[in-house]
Design a binder for this molecule. Sequence first.
Ligand code: ADP
Ligand code: ZN
Length: 754
Amino acid sequence: MPYAPHAPASTLIALYAFEGPEVPLTYAVPEAWAGGVAPGMLVKVPLGPRKTLGVVLEIVAAAPPNVRQIKYILEIVHKVPVLTPDLLRLLPWLSSYYAARLGAVLETMVPSAVRDPVRDKQTLWVALGTWPNEAEWAALSKRAPKQAALLEFLKTQKDPVIKGPLLESLDVGPSTYKALVEKGFVIETALKAERTVYDDALSDIENEAAQGSVTLSAEQSVAAESIKDSLAKKVFKVHLLHGVTGSGKTEVYIEAAKAALAEGGSALFLVPEVALTPQTVARLRARLSASGVQAVVLHSHLSAGERLDAWMSLARGEARVAVGARSAVFAPLKNLKLIVVDEEHEGAYKQEDSPRYHGRDVAVYRAKLAGAVCVLGSATPSLESLYNLQVKGYQLNALTKRIDDRALPPMHIVDMRNETSMEKGTPLISRFLLDKLKGRLAAKEQTILFLNRRGFAPKVMCGTCGHVVACNHCSISLTFHRALNHLRCHLCNHERPLPRVCPECKGTALQQRGAGTQRIEDILPKLLPGARITRIDADLLDRKNAFRQVLGDFRKGKIDILIGTQMIAKGFDFPNVTLVGLIEADLSLHMPDFRAAERTFQLLVQVAGRAGRGDRAGEVVVQTYTPASAPLQFARRCDFEGFLAAELEERRVFNYPPFRHLIRHVFRARNAEKASFFIEEWTRFLEKQLPEGIELRGPAIAPREKVKDYYRYHLWYFTSNVSRTLPHLLALRNAFKMDKDVIDTLDVDPVDLG
Ligand code: ADP
Ligand code: ZN
């Protein structure tokens, strides 16, 4: 059925194809399916000699006059639309704002599990439901011993169990099993991962949730009412919930979500990284489920089948709440009324490959298209969002106090220059911090130590000739990882054994310089005999339950000191942590990035926010070589306003974001001269006809000069209106003849400037 007859009767549709031209294409729908197509549906279509996927934009009355042959669509992939009307409108905006191919945006918006729904045979999992009351239990044990045995078995299981083998091994027949499901004693689920990943964190918090609703503090109520007012108006509005750490932002989100759901709408929660914020996710789920709402958690451990189920349950409108990281901003929630972006200042919301979108900014735009309310929450809002309070009319809602009036922890700044001794150099742990650590051990209280550097030593250097062992493919030194006894590149993961002699001078005086978290883990037991110390690192996250296990142990008090990079600073809520130490505050401060001060300030406040969240007061120790630097001093005084004013002034002088948008243009090639030559050429070409409203800076060598064998250069463009200036820039770029060996990429509103 290759071509549709040009009969006026056939239904015609316009669609965007995943491959091919970036304009709407016209197709015909076979008569039998005519009633079944709607905007947002995924269809398979012929395109030239190939087949491709497309998303239906609209039913059209006629084809554009230049279209001669109209082909039939081949298949409707799902019976319901996979993109909601607001997502359909988001699509072209995202593609043009972030200068990304439409096909790349489509692939990002519609997960592969949905595009290619090869269902793995559905596995069902069984878990314990509500435990029978006394009378029911007595009856069961007497009259239905097999049912009782099954329940007793499930009670001993931490995770759900696969249904088939379970029933077989306990010799339970289908009717016996069915009776248990009907009574709610056991629950059956297709989503296994979702339950297992969060069960531990959940069990603690579920108790809390089961106690019914919390009473909001006065500040929480004011914030929640303000958001609910906006919801009632049913028009787009952005709220910035600026709440100090431990002020109970999550409860405000939940109040807002309940209001949105009560109106028949749906709600979307974005968190920086699901795996790193198990507590926030668990609390959201538990609190929502206490009010009878099941949230769908979209996280990276879902199998293809689970992801498909999760996605389609939203598309069908069966589930009305979704929780997930950046890409969940595209979840097909129907009648979306609320989007919450937690920790909105987090760089993790920015995607670093094409489409290089910023999850928070997309959330705001999607809310605008959907006529929804967007709540951006943080203890340390980004300068962009704070600026938007003034220029875009965001509503500020402030939570200035911690729950139960708990004190924010005092911050001690330790000047590491005073710790240096002639014979030993500078210790990693100051005497002051060591005393505090000892005090905590004696008091049986817990500590978190942060050092934002993985591995044992960031540098291996020859004591004789000064040679630093660097990656063969990148322009950075290799980090020594002691557990594996090898060197590893933190940019490209290249590994190699630790050399015995210096590759340059063949001397034997190779020294491991500097410290990563592994070294802290190594020296602490010598300083604090008997302390129970655990280190959390990125590798742990790959193993599904390891991270959860560590957090569970920490919560139960089986660990005294937890060491990690700042990846563990996000939203952790451990009441018995009364000391937080930041080993080297200077790491983020001296980055070649105009956001270095902002990041350092945010890091200090967030890290400090992990201390003193329970009944006992906490304190924070920050080790630094630059104690007078502004972010440290402002953070120490908890002076957010002061920091903001100073930092904004700085940005204003240079006309940096948030005052204008930055677009970064990176050129890379295996041959350094080629990359540098072409970026120079392009700059000359551009300068001759520079579009109005663009200011150009550069070109320069990128801070990460070489990555994975590519030499990198960059140019910066400043503009106050991306949508207006970017098309001109792209048109010029298309007119420029670039060497085929040089790859250039545009990053709009970049977060990573390395
Ligand atoms: P934030 O995200 O602002 O740091 P959380 O939402 O994690 O704060 O809340 C901090 C702690 O206070 C949590 O343990 C939470 O359960 C508790 N909490 C929040 N609101 C209330 C309330 N109104 N009453 C009692 N406890 C609350
Ligand atoms: Zn490398």
